[in-house]
Design a protein around this ligand. Structure first.
Ligand SMILES: Cc1ncc(COP(=O)(O)O)c(C=O)c1O
Length: 392
């Protein structure tokens, strides 16, 4: 039986060469390769500053920290995300205030954000939307809300490197050039990877400087040069810091991957289009919806079933796909239904019905650049036959 993995990174000779060069260079932790990756990522996104860090979790944490968020402050975000988005708020004693998602895009619904703000008692300091699956959020509306309420905008773009969205008065804007701070992930399954890694982009030079220093123990800028002929042994600690720097070995993978980012995204888009075309005609399946005026990064392909038209539920559907060799996952388990978020913040199952409905019916199919045409066809055939065989 054919096996199609849920994900496989595209690592080739370019990545091997870059990593080997770094390993042989005599400098393997944060240094020239990380600096080059920052510069090239900034160019890719069109951002003024890009700061490489160890992971997106660290990027999100540093961003909220750099904005000066304190215990008791609140940040509005989506419950339909991975725990990292809200977990970092807990590091700072900040409360994640969830607002329900849009049933089409699964992104933070601006109307729900407004309702949450109306009911709030003035402790909300920032919005943290997640560009879920690589579909950019409605940033015109969210930015308007943020400016009207004097809130900072920190975007979780873990899924959305390369995505863009039409913005009023600007035309197409790349994710990473819209809010105050944008956080990216280069985790192994992401659109392009450094195995583990992240990046923060910002147009604000002062925030960029603060984050650059804080990401390496609060040591003065470019302290990594202290072992270099041009560097000095002396460093100063200016502020509380963290150990969130990205090593040159990881950055080397990123430098090679970034060159192929356009090719990866084109292939993901092609796979999504083939899935959409195949599943659109099957009543029991609901392919993902894309708004107009966006360029989707297609990090995930999230398919929903219509349980009213099937004799099986989501879990059985997923099990059957696995039995027939199709790697599958579920994104995301809504955070407010998880033990920690219920215990720490008093959330209850039932609080965010749209996120819960999507979760109960969805699963994610394989979508990555190294999938062959036969893999794609096999996934389509398998999903289609399970849906047909189990039609009510
Ligand atoms: C939406 C979202 N935010 C943040 C993260 C954290 O990324 P990282 O693993 O780079 O810390 C992830 C990871 O998958 C994610 O899906």
């Amino acid at each position: 039986m054919r096996q199609v993995a849920f994900h496989r990174p595209s690592i080739g000779p370019e990545e091997e060469r870059e990593v080997l060069n770094t390993l042989r260079s005599g400098w393997i932790t944060t240094g020239p390769k990380a600096k080059r990756f920052e510069k090239e990522f900034a160019e890719y996104v069109g951002a003024r500053n890009a700061l490489a860090v160890a992971h997106c979790t660290g990027a999100l944490h540093l961003s909220l920290w750099a904005l000066g968020l304190k215990p008791g402050d609140e940040v509005i975000t989506t419950p339909f995300t991975f725990t990292a988005t809200a977990e970092v708020m807990g590091y700072l004693g900040v409360r994640p205030v969830f607002a329900d998602v849009d049933p089409g895009t699964f992104n933070l619904n601006p109307a729900r954000v407004e309702e949450v703000l109306e009911a709030s008692d003035g402790r909300v300091r920032a919005l943290m939307p997640v560009h879920f699956a690589g579909h950019p959020c409605d940033m015109d509306r969210l930015m308007k809300i943020a400016r009207a309420h004097d809130l900072k905008m920190v975007e979780d773009a873990a899924h959305a490197a390369g995505a863009s969205r039409h913005m009023d008065g600007r035309g197409m804007a790349k994710v990473g050039t819209i809010g105050d701070l944008t956080c990216f992930s280069f985790y192994a399954t992401k659109n392009f990877t450094t195995a583990e890694g992240g990046m923060i982009t910002t147009a604000d030079d002062a925030l960029a400087e603060k984050i650059a220093v804080a990401s390496l123990h609060g040591m003065n800028k470019d302290a990594w040069k202290r072992y270099d002929k041009s560097g000095s042994w002396y460093y100063e600690i200016h502020d509380l810091g963290f150990k969130y720097n990205l090593s040159d070995v990881h950055a080397a993978i990123g430098v090679a991957q970034l060159k192929r980012a356009g090719e990866f995204m084109a292939r993901r888009t092609e796979i999504a289009q083939r899935y959409n075309a195949a599943f659109r005609g099957i009543e029991a399946l609901q392919p993902p919806y894309s708004e107009s005026g966006i360029e989707h990064a297609w990090h995930l392909y999230v398919l929903r079933i219509r349980p009213d038209l099937l004799r099986i539920g989501r879990n059985q559907f997923v099990e059957m796909l696995r039995e027939r060799g199709v790697g599958v996952s579920v994104h995301c388990i809504p955070l407010h239904t998880m033990h920690y978020y219920q215990r720490a913040y008093g959330y209850r199952t039932g609080d965010f019905p749209v996120a819960e409905d999507v979760f109960s019916r969805c699963f994610s199919l394989p979508i990555y650049a190294s999938m062959s045409d036969d893999d794609i066809e096999y996934v389509i055939e398998t999903v289609t036959s399970i849906a047909r065989e189990n039609r009510r």
